[in-house]
Design a protein around this ligand. Sequence first.
Ligand code: XUL
Ligand code: CO
Length: 435
Amino acid sequence: MATGFFDGIERVRYEGADSTNPMAYRHYNPDEIVLGKRMEEHLRLAVAWWHSFAYEGGDPFGGSTLVRPWHPQDNMENARLKVDVAFEMFEILGTPFFCWHDADIRPDQGDLAGNVAKLDEITDYIAEKMEHSSTRCLWGTANMFSHRRWMGGASTNPDPDVFAFAAATVKSCMDATKKLGGANYVLWGGREGYETLLNTDLGRELDHMGRFLTMVVDYKHKIGFEGTILVEPKPQEPSKHQYDYDAATCIGFLRKYGLENEVKLNLEQGHAILAGHSFEHELAVAAADGMLGSIDMNRNDYQSGWDTDQFPNNTPEVALAYYEVLRAGGFATGGTNFDARIRRQSIDPEDLIASHVGGFDICARGLKAAAAMIEDGGLEAARRERYAGWETDRGKAMLASDLESVAAKALAEGINPNPRSGRQEILENYVNRFV
Ligand code: XUL
Ligand code: CO
């Protein structure tokens, strides 16, 4: 039976770029073939349970603005209603995937056994819903940052009992993700970092985090979970410093603990900005090491300096991001999760749908622009040209040589390299033809 929450809102359809209907897709056309594959299969778009259904509109200065029939979120009846509404929204949008934290879907019981039992119960209900839906689970994760027990970290907490609570929580979330057929399991270390070095044994905490992740990987193999384990970099907020600072830091961490072939990265646009990088930089760093797993798509306000988790709406940024994804061969188990929320004044059910319509559309537009650049080949040709010297026998032999021999040859040949233009503006103009 319908909940009535989205009464009056029709299923969103693709109407083409000329449509002026604000509740229609102008670019997101799931069946459109892009580089030989359906658009839906390229993008693998996912709705985030925490922003779309659990977020109540609070900010550091004020509480709830989004009044929903499933509030307060402290009992199973409301948790089930929230599931019903979620699947109605998935249907309206034609969403291929969703993502969740345990805390988004089950009411907090205040104790471990209660939380695990309620998670099991609500994920049984979600699994039932999935039998009548084509929407799948992209990933599950554990919220180990909101409750006060996590204030000093989860796996990096100085108290071994908190480590144990975290281990039991992640185990239950991995079990639930497997039950729901999840394609990935994500770990974002919200409190894995420090507020002050004065009370922190940084080396020990990193070792504990490495050990924890190794236990997660071992458990994945034990239960035969076929999804990918992903870690999500973020430099700060909520902690002053977080250990999973950015893609490069995470890759170094994974290598140190021997996990580089087991774990990939879930990269987020807003987190890249907080780390002082562009999103495409983070994606390129991960791709260069074969660790680009999945993305959290959103946008930060460039003035505020906070992680504002807005819906993306900037075509050039999104196009350059998908360009890196396509260059890396596209998503395998990963996808595009909207780690994005409506603003606290956007209180109508219609706002919730419209935000996703815009998000789906901008990703589709970015993907098409990226695909057109790949097909045209202009950037790759320019890159090939720039590094052509390294494809010659001379270039290859040098890399296999040693410092003394290279120096002797350089002197003997009397080389005097001629600087060549990096052609940056020409390439920027080129990109502007597509976006
Ligand atoms: C927080 C954030 C998280 C993770 C999942 O900044 O990005 O929502 O994506 O825990
Ligand atoms: Co995220």
